[in-house]
Design a protein around this ligand. Structure first.
Ligand code: HEC
Ligand code: HEC
Ligand code: HEC
Ligand code: HEC
Ligand code: HEC
Ligand code: HEC
Ligand code: HEC
Length: 288
């Protein structure tokens, strides 16, 4: 497993848990400011309504004593993030240096940066890193938090991996991991940590080409192994169940094979059947 453990940026920069109450209070004030900014920006036609997120809240983190400086200041030292970030949905957040129209969207995730800048930058110095603190993402994306609390889940809240393991926070498409293309990118990300399931097989299962997420919930699931369905319905979405022909009309066929008795034995992949769901090196019907 390649995990992404991070030392917290709390502490060294004086941004401790005590700052959380301040965070809440400050974000309340900030929200009021942002609201005014939004109204103003809309009136001036700077941003379109579609730039306002319908599903996520705007609850950016705060850092005690720090104020917003705007993206350009960050990019003076971290210029590499200027390349793709403008296409990222977070670049459209209506977050600006208060009283101005200067975008401060880097600080939506990293917290206001004035103290970090005054200190000349530095790791763990008055700046937050959501890699170590997923609550930063979850304060805005409250709708996904419960998924990380389900019985089967990726251990993000446990600090064993970060949202950035699968999401490119500065890239053009935040729903995909960094680098690569389309579904391949999603599978590649998973492959980094689960090479056994994503490796090439002699007899591949074409379902995997559509992406690991056709069968797995990426964040968490109430079913074992992050599955989207707990039983054979997982497979029957693609492998149609048909009644047999003629005298076999009372029987259930899948892929032209009579499965009536087999289906009573358990799921398609348990009960010693298609156990090699990700692909097989020995049998085209996905047996081990
Ligand atoms: C200040 C609030 C805020 C923070 C912090 C924040 N987001 Fe977002 N995020 C948004 C908004 C608003 C949108 C766009 C609205 C929407 O589509 O839901 C968005 C969009 C997204 C999307 C695309 C959603 C979609 O359906 O296309 C992903 C994925 C995402 N954010 C992940 C993250 C991750 C991971 C983090 C932490 C590293 C994070 N966000 C931090 C507010 C935030
Ligand atoms: C004066 C130059 C400078 C400016 C301006 C600056 N930084 Fe930095 N920042 C640095 C340096 C240097 C590091 C340490 C990098 C390293 O060790 O690789 C750093 C580190 C960071 C880190 C990593 C922190 C960690 O603990 O993991 C983040 C996040 C960050 N900066 C965000 C920002 C943001 C957001 C802004 C704008 C508000 C900003 N920086 C402005 C110089 C700067
Ligand atoms: C959606 C939230 C989000 C936004 C917006 C965002 N970042 Fe980040 N940033 C992250 C996350 C998450 C990480 C940790 C990435 C990782 O661990 O791979 C990070 C890491 C960093 C780092 C440290 C990289 C390192 O070497 O560890 C710097 C510097 C940084 N961001 C600067 C910026 C700048 C500049 C902007 C604006 C152009 C910005 N970020 C916007 C979420 C965000
Ligand atoms: C194991 C990989 C993985 C991790 C870790 C992960 N995500 Fe995702 N996330 C995905 C994938 C893949 C999708 C796209 C799902 C789809 O397109 O059906 C997604 C979709 C999303 C979306 C938009 C769709 C939705 O479900 O509302 C948001 C917002 C989001 N993730 C936020 C987060 C946050 C916040 C974290 C960290 C707390 C996180 N994710 C951690 C893989 C991951
Ligand atoms: C940064 C590493 C990492 C990435 C990337 C990652 N995972 Fe995981 N995955 C883990 C860890 C850690 C666990 C928990 C294992 C444990 O608790 O023993 C896990 C658990 C799982 C499980 C449950 C395993 C079980 O035995 O119950 C499935 C299924 C899974 N991941 C699928 C995926 C998919 C699909 C993706 C891509 C969207 C993905 N993972 C991306 C690290 C990762
Ligand atoms: C056709 C559906 C399907 C697809 C596609 C799929 N999986 Fe699975 N996966 C399953 C089933 C079913 C299990 C077995 C769950 C159980 O043991 O109860 C499983 C189990 C796992 C496990 C737990 C360990 C194991 O092998 O039992 C991991 C990790 C995993 N899958 C990762 C992935 C990754 C990574 C991808 C993409 C490359 C992927 N899966 C694509 C159906 C699928
Ligand atoms: C996203 C669609 C999809 C899902 C979900 C899916 N499959 Fe498949 N499966 C395919 C495709 C496409 C093929 C190759 C064409 C064919 O043989 O039907 C295939 C082939 C197979 C084969 C080989 C068939 C043969 O005759 O050679 C088996 C066995 C199989 N799948 C079992 C499963 C099992 C078990 C599950 C559930 C864990 C599952 N499939 C879920 C799409 C899917």
């Amino acid at each position: 497993m390649h995990e992404a453990p991070r030392s917290g940026s709390e502490g060294a920069g004086g941004i401790g848990p005590g700052a959380r109450t301040a965070t809440r209070m400050a974000s309340g004030c900030l929200r009021a400011l942002v609201a005014c900014g939004v109204v103003l920006a809309l009136a001036m036609g700077w941003i379109s309504c579609s730039s306002l997120g319908p599903r996520a809240d705007l609850s950016p983190p705060s850092i005690e004593g720090a104020t917003y400086v705007g993206n350009q200041v960050c990019l003076d030292c971290h210029g590499v993030y200027a390349v793709a970030f403008p296409a990222n949905p977070h670049a459209r957040l209506s977050l600006a240096v208060p009283g101005t129209s200067t975008p401060a969207t880097c600080e939506a995730c990293h917290g206001p940066g004035s103290l970090h800048v005054a200190a000349g930058g530095g790791r763990g110095r008055f700046i937050l890193n959501p890699s170590a603190e997923p609550r930063i993402c979850l304060d805005c994306h409250a709708e996904v938090r419960p998924e990380f609390q389900l019985t089967s889940r990726h251990p993000v809240l446990e600090g064993r991996m970060s949202c950035a393991a699968c999401h490119d926070p500065h890239g053009m498409d935040v729903t995909k991991p960094a680098g690569g293309l389309g579904w391949a990118r999603v599978n590649e990300t998973c492959q980094g940590c689960h090479p056994q399931q994503a490796r090439p097989f002699v007899f591949e299962h074409e379902a995997v080409r559509e992406g690991c997420t056709v069968c797995h919930q990426p964040h968490g699931s109430a079913h074992r192994a992050l599955l989207t369905e707990r039983d054979s319905h997982l497979c029957l979405r693609c492998h149609v169940q048909t009644p047999g022909p003629g005298v076999d009309s009372g029987r259930i066929f899948i892929g032209q094979v009579d499965h009536t008795d087999r289906l009573r034995m358990g799921t398609c992949w348990s009960a010693g059947c298609h156990t090699a769901v990700h692909g097989s090196d020995v049998h085209p019907r996905l047996f081990y």
